[in-house]
Design a protein around this ligand. Structure first.
Ligand SMILES: Cc1cc2nc3c(=O)[nH]c(=O)nc-3n(C[C@H](O)[C@H](O)[C@H](O)COP(=O)(O)OP(=O)(O)OC[C@H]3O[C@@H](n4cnc5c(N)ncnc54)[C@H](O)[C@@H]3O)c2cc1C
Length: 460
């Protein structure tokens, strides 16, 4: 053990400074297995003070820090480089619910809490923390904040940015920023906590957060509906919004290739096939039967050519299972080039038509598997070939991405609406992000982290 290791161990305790390759293994490779690093060590602090001491020591010694939460990033945002000079700091020993103020609809937690822990803590006092992702059992609040995570209920409740009232952050020089406000209005100048949301750990290490809670819905009504075109899907979205307002909680589009893949690997899971299946969920307070009746009545006046309205909690769960299984089912068919793009939802039909035609022309036999949170314009747009194998797929990755992003930006969209930039998309960001916005971001990085201690080698 070097002198530096000994000083790090003195802060967190020897048992909480991981150096053995076996102990480090889950932290050094990213979720998709695309990046593997070689860190100096991984430190597991138990408190804000230990984080502060670690960061102060690293700043003095010029050691870079890679903050890591649940390591569920799909773009290599939390993987260290191979220099052996970067310290991973993981917060899994910081999982305290510090305070719940049910009357103020707020909760203050350590940033190492998993998303599921926060949802459960909120439910225990009859409140809802609405962020919901398939990785919620392992991703942490610090990671959710740093990627501005969204998910299945963004349409109604917004992304992590909209769900955050206050933050506590250890800055790259070890200074503690205490912005743990539980206020909904504060006009005392700039809202500095916003800098750290979506920063992918490049401006500071988040140790605590105060988050918004909501009334826990008592009624859900959930349907899977068939439509013939993306235009019909967006028309249905608008009609639902007009009729149900913010009771429309989820609006997901599932393309036919996606439906066929699911059925192939889980026979009997699809109640129908259609150019697009829409997973629609309404939620509300009050009597479940009342919400179900008004959804049923509305559906009666529409001309969906097929559909299923869940009649029980079990049926509702199986519709959700269908949606949640998609990524796993697709994985069974081999690798794909994944995108988490976003365009205004009104532009989804035009984007799908023009980008699909361009990909078809450039890569005959291409298979586009599109699905996702269309209510907020965010689509998973995954590309593979229909022929078996796919071995050569990744040699075409840059060319595929160039076509997809050209079409995304034609509709003033974004190349990352959900999973962030990480290592995977860093070079694309400098091509597509407004240069003035990039210059402002880099200026902030220079101001807060002049020696580039925090998660270096990413996009800032
Ligand atoms: C199956 C699956 C489904 C997913 N679904 C969605 C989805 O629906 N919506 C969505 O938005 N995302 C989704 N994601 C990706 C998503 O980014 C993450 O699951 C989650 O937000 C990342 O949290 P994490 O704790 O795992 O962070 P990590 O992967 O550990 O880190 C992500 C980034 O945050 C930084 N970071 C982590 N903790 C801190 C901290 N305390 N302080 C400062 N920086 C920190 C890291 O340095 C890194 O840059 C999904 C991922 C998977 C695997």
């Amino acid at each position: 053990m070097t002198d530096l290791h000994a000083r790090l161990a003195a802060i967190v305790g020897a048992a909480n400074l991981l150096t053995d390759p076996h102990d480090l293994a889950p932290a050094v490779t990213d979720m998709r297995g695309r990046y593997t690093g070689l860190p100096l060590a991984m430190a597991l602090p138990a408190s804000r003070d230990e984080v502060t001491a670690l960061v102060t020591l690293c700043a003095a010694e010029g050691i870079a820090i890679v903050p890591q939460g649940g390591n569920t990033s799909t773009c290599g945002a939390a993987t260290p480089d191979t220099s052996g000079r970067q310290l991973i700091i993981g917060l899994r020993r910081m999982q305290r619910v510090r305070h719940i103020d049910a009357a103020n609809l707020s909760i203050t937690v350590d940033a190492g809490c998993t998303l599921a822990q926060v949802q459960q803590a909120a439910a225990s006092v009859g409140r809802l923390f609405p962020l919901s992702l398939a990785s919620e059992g392992s991703c942490q609040i610090g990671g959710n904040l740093s990627t501005n995570a969204g998910g299945l209920a963004v349409l109604r409740y917004g992304t992590m940015r909209e769900l955050t009232l206050g933050l506590e952050v250890v800055l790259p020089d070890g200074t503690l920023l205490d912005a743990l406000s539980a206020l909904r209005k504060d006009t005392t100048g700039l809202d500095v906590k916003q800098l750290f949301i979506g920063a992918e750990g490049q401006l500071g290490l988040i140790t605590g957060a105060t988050l918004k809670l909501f009334a826990l819905p008592t009624a859900y009504s959930t349907a899977l509906l068939a439509v013939d075109s993306a235009e019909a899907a967006i028309a249905a979205l608008n009609a639902l919004q007009a009729r149900f307002g913010d009771r429309l909680t989820t609006f997901e589009m599932i393309s036919e290739p996606c439906q066929r893949i699911s059925e192939r690997h889980k026979p009997g899971c699809m109640p129908f096939f259609a150019p697009w299946a829409l997973l629609v969920e309404l939620s509300d307070g009050g009597e479940p039967a009342a919400l179900q009746a008004s959804f049923e009545q509305w559906l009666g006046g529409q001309d969906f050519h097929d559909g299923v309205l869940a009649q029980s909690e079990t049926e509702r769960a199986s519709l959700w299972q269908l949606r949640e299984d998609i990524s796993d089912m697709q994985k069974r068919e081999g690798p794909s080039i994944k995108h988490d793009i976003g365009v205004p939802s009104s532009a989804i039909p035009a984007f799908l038509a023009s980008c699909g035609a361009a990909l078809d022309a450039a890569f005959p036999g291409v298979r586009i598997v599109a699905f996702g949170h269309a209510g907020d314009g965010n689509l998973h747009y995954n590309i593979s070939y229909t022929r078996p194998g796919n071995a050569e797929l990744f040699t075409d990755e840059d060319a595929v991405n160039a076509i997809v992003y050209e079409h995304v930006y034609r509709y003033r969209g974004t190349l990352a609406a959900e999973h962030g930039i990480g290592q995977l998309k860093a070079h694309w960001l400098s091509q597509y992000k407004d240069p003035v916005a990039l210059a402002i971001m880099r200026g902030i990085k220079q101001q807060l982290d002049p020696h580039s201690i925090m998660n270096p080698g990413r996009w800032l």
